[in-house]
Design a protein around this ligand. Structure first.
Ligand code: SF4
Length: 93
């Protein structure tokens, strides 16, 4: 089974207008040379944008915490779990 097919099994309840992850300072992302978040996120939530910065779309977030760790030195990501009842539901098996 391909990873994309596995990911498709997950279900999400998106908390509209209340993203659980936030980029604190967009200018910092524009100046960041590695933009590691755009590579490391398994759900592809981070992408580079036309302004040379980073765009974050949290809808498909797997709540793995990788971006929080990878950006730890800069501390430019504000990260919380979604509030109760929202976020991802994994299908196991
Ligand atoms: Fe991507 Fe994981 Fe960060 Fe969610 S927690 S945005 S899946 S790296």
């Amino acid at each position: 089974v391909k990873i994309e097919e596995k990911l498709y099994q997950n279900r999400y309840i998106v908390d509209e207008n209340r993203p659980h992850i936030r980029i604190k300072d967009e200018a910092h992302c524009a100046a960041c040379t590695s933009k590691a978040c755009t590579v490391c996120c398994p759900a592809g939530c981070y992408s580079t944008n036309e302004a040379g910065g980073v765009t974050l779309a949290t809808d498909g977030c797997l709540e793995c915490g990788t971006c929080r760790v990878i950006c730890q030195d800069s501390g430019n990501i504000e990260w919380d779990y979604p509030r109760g009842g929202y976020g991802i539901s994994y299908k196991f098996g």
